[in-house]
Design a protein around this ligand. Structure first.
Ligand code: PLP
Length: 444
């Protein structure tokens, strides 16, 4: 049998069922899953512990280079949902079963229940579930009648969806540099970017850290412009005691699976204290429909899926606890790395209650550091490797390389370290040990 360029036969080695599965995954290029099985970290955990031992002891498997790499790899994954799923256990299946038994899949009671729960969590009067975070942002702008000829100030350093939402609403994104320490909007730069066409500031709480919402609110009042919070990465965060997602006029979030509150597919929501805006958002997310087949405005099909709503309801009660765990993990990284001379640690703004969606450090030799960590079985990611103003898709905005040097520098040097619910102190210490060994190997 030939899999992944390998000849398997019973005479060369004993190949168990799981081993064939690993090879099949490898041949499909699904190395991550194959390594999960080998390392016993995924859903195959219990079943595969023996197989991992088998692979390690079997000369065939342990000498075949790709498998050897796998066996040595992923000691600390970038992300895992295992502990979250272990915590939820049966309750998750019960919720899903309840939706299946109910047989009402669009905008049913489960959606309304989650909307109420999330509004209470965000300390807002209203929550309107949407199909995803990008749509939530676009609908927020549409609710404010922002469109052609209007300008919206957006941080240059953010996920592309923040910018896309402005373009999809028909308005012009005006990018501004972030603060180099917190990576969030630089309020001075925001004020300089305000023109008579400015209709809104999009406050993206990047990596889980809230923007300086007091200063942004002052500016918005001074120039009579709206605030839309992009709270995709900061559910549960706060600024001077006020929850993110409750401060802007109308705000969006994403429940993309890796978010602090993640669904099991795409999902998003809008939060606001304004009943008229909430009403409009309800129309827009549901094809402009006020009553069945009565369409008042041109809307979108972007309803929060019932299954996702049920799953989110199941997870929401744990969110504060999970955010506290993230904060503890971030604190351990901070403590362990505080004497590193070549690492820039994330800055914490006064008044910010950070929820560490990501733990992002910076290093001048970022790519070499990432490689060094990978060689030691540590997965990292880069958020984000290509700045928005240099993305091919956003060429029409007219921005070009060199326009945002702070953003470009962050992009070139940032590295997101593993951070997820269930990460152990040992794993964090191991990551830090390898970062320190990298630093020590440099002649600085
Ligand atoms: C800052 C930010 N804004 C918006 C979005 C868009 O959310 P979604 O992927 O649910 O459309 C994301 C998602 O990654 C995000 O990180």
């Amino acid at each position: 049998m030939k899999v992944a360029g390998l000849n398997f036969s019973s005479s060369t080695c004993a190949v168990g069922k799981t081993d064939l599965h690993i090879c099949r995954l490898m041949s499909m290029g699904l190395l991550r899953y194959a390594s999960e099985i080998l390392l016993g970290t995924g859903s195959y955990k219990r079943r595969c512990r023996m197989d991992t031992a088998f692979c390690l002891s079997n000369p065939f498997f342990s000498t075949y280079a790709p498998i050897k790499t796998l066996l040595n790899s992923v000691q600390v994954p970038f992300f895992s949902l295992q502990a979250v799923h272990d915590t939820l256990g049966e309750s998750l299946f019960q919720k899903i079963n309840h939706v299946i038994e109910n047989k009402e899949f669009i905008l049913n009671k489960d959606v309304a229940a989650f909307e109420e729960e999330y509004a209470a969590f965000s300390q807002t009067k209203f929550c309107v579930g949407t199909g995803n975070g990008l749509d939530a942002l676009k609908i927020c702008l549409k609710c404010l009648n922002i469109g052609e000829g209007d300008e919206v100030i957006v941080p240059a350093h953010t996920y592309i969806a923040s910018v896309l939402a402005v373009l999809e609403a028909g308005a012009t994104p005006i990018l501004v540099e972030p603060d180099k320490s917190t990576y969030n909007l630089d309020v001075g730069a925001v004020e300089k970017a305000i023109t008579p066409q400015t209709k809104a500031i999009m406050a993206v709480h990047l990596y889980g850290q809230p923007c300086n919402m007091d200063a942004i609110e002052k500016l918005a009042k001074k120039y009579t412009i709206y605030i839309v919070e992009d709270n995709a990465q900061a559910q549960g965060a706060g600024f001077n005691g006020r929850p993110t997602g409750s401060i802007g006029h109308i705000n969006a979030t994403s429940f993309y699976p890796t978010k602090n509150l993640g669904a099991m597919g795409d999902a998003g929501a809008i939060t606001t204290n304004d009943s008229a805006l909430a009403e409009k958002a309800r129309l827009l997310r549901n094809v402009g429909c006020s009553a069945k087949y009565h369409h008042e405005v041109i809307g979108y099909n972007s309803r929060l899926d019932t299954l996702q709503a049920a799953i989110l309801s199941c997870k929401l009660p744990y969110l504060n606890e999970w955010n506290a765990e993230r904060k503890k993990a971030a604190g351990r990284y901070m403590e362990n790395l505080k004497y590193c001379r070549t690492i820039t640690l994330p800055g914490l703004a006064t008044g910010a209650q950070h929820v560490y969606h990501l733990f992002v450090i910076r290093h001048a030799k970022r790519d070499a550091l990432q490689q060094h960590l990978l060689q030691n079985g540590i997965q990292t990611l880069i958020h984000y490797p290509i700045p928005n103003h240099m993305q091919q898709a956003l060429k029409k905005t007219g921005y070009k390389k060199g326009d945002f040097p702070v953003t470009e520098e962050i992009s070139a040097t940032c590295l997101s370290l593993p951070l997820f619910i269930g990460i152990t102190a040992e794993q964090i210490d191991y990551v830090c040990e390898k970062i320190i060994s990298f630093e020590n190997s440099l002649s600085v």
